[in-house]
Design a protein around this ligand. Structure first.
Ligand code: ATR
Length: 279
């Protein structure tokens, strides 16, 4: 029997997840089929239910349905509850939907294990105040950085997040002008904006980077000729050499989802950067 999974998103056709899960299936010798399904705000709930009713075992959810997925689930993990978003659903035998969020755990696994960056005691700056930042705040705060700053074009959105997550730790908020005026440097600079989708970057000031900073972009490009995102190019132009795109995070969150469904975690280190870049 083949265990069937799908990814709901919009857009979804360029997703690497079907190939990643195919590699995981081969590596773990599980018979899995993983497809990508275009959905819409109106049809999302019905799409998930019809996939389950047709024998699906679970699904992943990407932009823009993670909050809707959270609302749809009967039970949610702590990570999903705190993020208010689900990227993974397991269809349980009794017909209920169990929601999870593996984005944060995927980010930590990539940062700490693959890249070897220890967050505890470090100064961390996260750019953006949308869904990606929301999902990352609790996992980052749980690592006890010495300082966590959100910078966003719209200051109010950053302030709102800081308020919502106040129980988990202190978060400072700035817009880009204030950040530039501050002049502080950070050990870790994460880009969680959606600017990269349009080949753009937020105006991150030079002063936030030192040559030792770790620059990490949640997004990635699939262009062989132009492999670096606009944010990472900017960081590099400011002398930063520790440059990391979101492919590692994508792989790790997928491995955590696979574990939730299949009870075995694929060995992501066996899937090198070369394989990832050519997926
Ligand atoms: P999602 O939740 O799907 O990530 P979102 O809520 O629209 O999408 O969040 C996108 C984030 O990227 C926001 O922080 C947005 O800044 P605003 O809150 O000011 O809208 C940020 N963003 C998108 N394009 C940007 C750009 N060109 N420059 C700077 N920030 C940008």
């Amino acid at each position: 029997m083949i265990n069937r999974y799908t990814l709901f998103g919009n857009p979804v056709e360029h997703s690497l997840s079907p190939r990643i899960h195919q590699l995981f299936g081969e590596q773990t010798q599980r018979r899995v089929e993983y497809t990508a399904t275009l959905s819409s705000e109106e049809s999302f709930a019905a799409d998930v239910e019809s996939f389950r009713d047709a024998g699906g075992r679970g699904c992943n959810i990407t932009v823009p349905f993670k909050s809707q997925a959270f609302e749809l689930c009967d039970t949610v993990s702590e990570a999903a509850r705190i993020a208010g978003a689900c990227n993974t659903i397991k269809f349980l035998a009794d017909g209920t939907l169990a929601g999870h969020n593996t984005d944060g755990s995927g980010l930590l696994q990539d940062l700490k294990v693959t890249i070897g960056f220890e967050i505890t005691g470090k100064n961390v700056l996260i750019i953006g105040a949308g869904g990606a930042t929301r999902g990352a705040l609790f996992p980052l705060l749980a690592q006890q950085p010495s300082r966590l700053v959100i910078a966003n074009r719209t200051l109010q959105r950053a302030e709102q997040l800081a308020k919502e997550f106040a129980d988990y730790g202190e978060i400072e908020t700035f817009d880009f002008e204030q950040l530039a005026a501050l002049g502080d440097a950070f050990d870790l600079v994460l880009n969680a904006t959606s600017a990269g989708l349009h080949g753009e970057t937020a105006p991150v000031p030079q002063a936030v980077f030192t040559t030792d900073s770790c620059a990490y972009d949640f997004s990635y490009t699939r262009s062989i000729e132009n492999p670096q995102t606009a944010f990472l190019k900017l960081a590099e132009s400011y002398g930063c050499t520790n440059i990391n795109n979101g492919l590692g995070m994508l792989l790790e969150q997928a491995a955590d989802a696979f574990f939730i469904w299949e009870d075995v975690r694929p060995k992501t280190r066996l899937i090198g950067p070369q394989v990832l870049a050519n997926l």
